[in-house]
Design a protein around this ligand. Structure first.
Ligand code: URA
Length: 219
């Protein structure tokens, strides 16, 4: 994480800075920037890709169809969404018009890179012990690198500042699976990843003398 060197000292100030962001062209076609949501200090930070159509209109992350799956999966994994900080790698909705419909377009590496500063600010303020990256764009937003989910999803790893990173799939990938059996299996694997993240977090707080916590406290 690039240590942010600015006067942004609160999530409120951060949301205002994001709303005024012109670091890439995505602000032009979006209704508004969608800031992260959740407690000012949270053990878990969930990072998605970018707001979708519903989130762009509501100004809140994960309130549409992907959010419904995420909410259910968090519940099934024993994680309370209200106690997690939920955000996106990119804060503006990237889309193209198809008739009157706004179709999601995946943000490119340039846009993810330009938006990373806001995620770094969120990390510095919220100080999560564990970040759960939902999909490759989220993983890139957090690390600045292109990571492969299949390789990484079984192994939480430590970021340079001691924060644990868990990489899993994006919940909207589950919506695209047509075969019901495959969809159920993919959902179960998603819940298992979230559960493993929760158990790893519980383990490290049980065994208190955890170097990660010390590193984060020193930030
Ligand atoms: N998908 C995301 O990645 N984020 C949202 O906020 C909604 C859908």
């Amino acid at each position: 994480m690039d240590a942010p060197q600015t006067s942004i000292k609160s999530l409120k100030a951060l949301a205002a800075a994001e709303a005024a962001c012109r670091r890439c062209p995505l602000y032009r076609d979006a209704t508004q920037a969608v800031p992260g949501e959740g407690p000012g200090r949270a053990a878990f930070m969930l990072v998605g890709e970018q707001p979708g159509d519903r989130e762009d209109l509501a100004g809140k992350p994960f309130v549409g169809p992907a959010g419904r799956i995420l909410d259910q999966a968090l519940k099934d994994a024993g994680i309370d969404r209200k106690e997690t900080y939920v955000t996106n790698a990119v804060k503006h909705f990237k889309h193209e018009m198809r008739g009157k419909r706004r179709l999601h377009k995946r943000p490119n590496n340039y846009e993810v890179g330009r938006c990373k500063i806001w995620l770094d600010h969120e990390r510095a303020l919220v100080k999560p012990a564990t970040i759960i990256a939902l999909g490759v764009t989220a993983a890139r937003g957090v690390t600045g690198k292109t990571l492969t989910i299949a390789k990484l999803r079984k192994t939480p790893f430590d970021l340079a500042d001691g924060t644990k990173l868990v990489v899993t799939v994006h919940p909207s990938s589950l919506l695209r699976i047509e075969d019901e059996g495959d969809r159920h299996a993919a959902y179960a694997a998603f819940v298992a990843d979230l559960k493993a993240a929760r158990e790893a977090a519980e383990d490290s707080s049980l065994h208190g003398a955890d170097a990660s916590a010390r590193k984060r406290a020193a930030r």
